[in-house]
Design a protein around this ligand. Structure first.
Ligand SMILES: Cc1cc2nc3c(=O)[nH]c(=O)nc-3n(C[C@H](O)[C@H](O)[C@H](O)COP(=O)(O)OP(=O)(O)OC[C@H]3O[C@@H](n4cnc5c(N)ncnc54)[C@H](O)[C@@H]3O)c2cc1C
Length: 395
């Protein structure tokens, strides 16, 4: 089976940033993408909040990202990943063109906005139909716009949009919002917010840009026109978590949980970007996640490869696991090192505090500990108080 160091699934801003950082850290990086590199931003005409680029279209920014990753010789591959599996100590990425074994994997598969599904929606995306208030709100300065939805996102983003729009209609199919009370009160006390209850959008009209919504009151059946310059859909966002569903911990909605290092509940599998459980889903936060994930993956790979070659591959190893944050243990490690040398032997000194994962794997419960390993198998673990405790190993 093909073996790689770092396999990244998804070439959106998170995956591309991870590739740049991974390559610069000297890793062998394979970037897998089933669609077009750049991800979701390919579907927008305007990006105004990527620092350093005052204005670019989504496809232009995508190209810049891709070129940047190519500059560091990232290998791209056009495949669809169906599954990531853990087989023993290895991770296997299953694609429609074969399986790849990886030291570490970054899931950067992004998310998607649930479409409303009404007539005229698809052809007006980026022409007044939007799924992201932070991204597109500023384009509607002084205009009347609509929001569709009734949950927290719809209500809160509706309020955010009043920073730009002169009026924000919130169109909801029920007669009250499903958002929390504070958010509802905040919205309803804003004079620019106009709720439109018991109503659905039947059609979005406009020659090029959005000009009008055909709406229907589901209680009375009355159909009417609502002239607006834009409509924001907040009827749900979903993660592309399919390839790791059930493998890593996630929220109820499928958003992948990670720690601050972007590591998931499975060691060596990281997640970055919109697919993660987080507050702000934007290009800048996706790229930041990707950078962190790549550096964490690099540390993980180096740690694993180094520890494997020092501890598990040789025929016989005696190792002292100590804690680098306990002064007496650092002193003990120095003493053990010089005593071993004096006796013409060698003790591998491993910082068990920083390499806790390996210490846990070997079954070391407390530090400092002297560990004997034969051909990758632990044959003894004993506590150590003074350097002389290593003497029995050098008879
Ligand atoms: C219309 C629109 C406008 C936006 N405007 C802005 C804006 O102005 N500013 C801003 O900061 N953000 C904006 N965003 C949000 C921004 O695009 C996202 O936050 C960002 O793209 C997330 O990056 P990502 O890498 O996490 O995921 P994505 O961009 O979603 O990329 C994920 C990639 O993974 C690939 N993939 C998924 N599953 C698989 C699989 N199984 N196998 C292989 N490949 C897979 C996908 O094809 C995709 O290319 C906008 C989003 C939309 C939809």
């Amino acid at each position: 089976m093909e073996k790689r160091e770092l396999v990244i699934v998804g070439a959106g801003p998170a995956g591309l940033a991870a590739a740049i950082y991974g390559r610069r850290a000297g890793l062998d990086v394979l970037l897998l993408e089933k669609g077009v590199a750049g991800g979701q931003i390919n579907t927008t005409e305007e990006i105004e909040n990527w620092p350093g680029v005052e204005h670019a279209s989504g496809p232009e920014l995508s190209q810049m990202f891709r070129k940047h990753a190519e500059k560091f010789n990232t290998e791209f591959r056009d495949v669809d990943v169906s599954k990531v599996e853990v087989r023993g100590d290895t991770k296997v990425v299953v694609t429609n063109k074969g399986e790849i074994e990886a030291e570490a994997v970054i899931i950067a598969t992004g998310a998607y906005f649930r479409r409303l599904g009404c007539e005229g929606e698809a052809e007006h995306i980026g022409q007044g139909v939007s799924y992201c208030a932070v991204c597109d709100g500023a384009f509607f300065e002084g205009e009347e716009i609509a929001v569709v939805g009734g949950g927290n996102t719809a209500v809160e983003e509706g309020v955010y949009l009043t920073n730009f729009a002169s009026k924000v209609y919130i169109i909801h199919r029920r007669d009250e919002f499903r958002a929390d009370r504070a958010a509802i009160e905040h919205a309803l006390s804003n004079p620019k917010i106009v709720p439109v209850w018991n109503t659905v959008v039947e059609k979005i009209e406009g020659d090029g840009l959005v000009e009008n919504l055909v709406i229907k009151n589901i209680k009375t059946g009355e159909v009417s026109n609502l002239p607006v310059a834009g409509v924001f859909m907040f009827v749900g966002q979903l993660p592309h978590d399919e390839c790791v569903r059930g493998l890593v911990d996630a929220t109820k909605g499928g958003w992948i949980k990670t720690d601050d290092n972007m590591e998931t509940s499975v060691e060596g599998i990281f997640a970055a970007g919109d697919v993660r459980d987080k507050g702000l889903r934007q290009v800048v936060t996706a790229a930041s996640d990707g950078a962190i994930a790549a550096m964490s993956a690099s540390a993980y790979i180096n740690e694993q490869v180094h520890l494997r070659s020092v501890l598990l591959e040789p025929e016989h190893v005696v190792a002292l696991f100590y804690s680098s944050i306990v002064q007496e243990q650092v002193k003990l490690s120095d003493e053990v090192d010089s005593l071993a040398k004096k006796k013409g032997g060698k003790v591998a000194l491993i910082d068990g505090y920083r390499n806790k994962r390996m210490a846990d794997k070997l079954g070391i419960e407390s530090l400092p500990a002297l560990v004997e390993i034969r051909s990758g198998k632990v044959t003894g673990i004993s506590p150590v108080k003074v350097a002389d405790d290593i003497a029995p190993f050098f008879k």
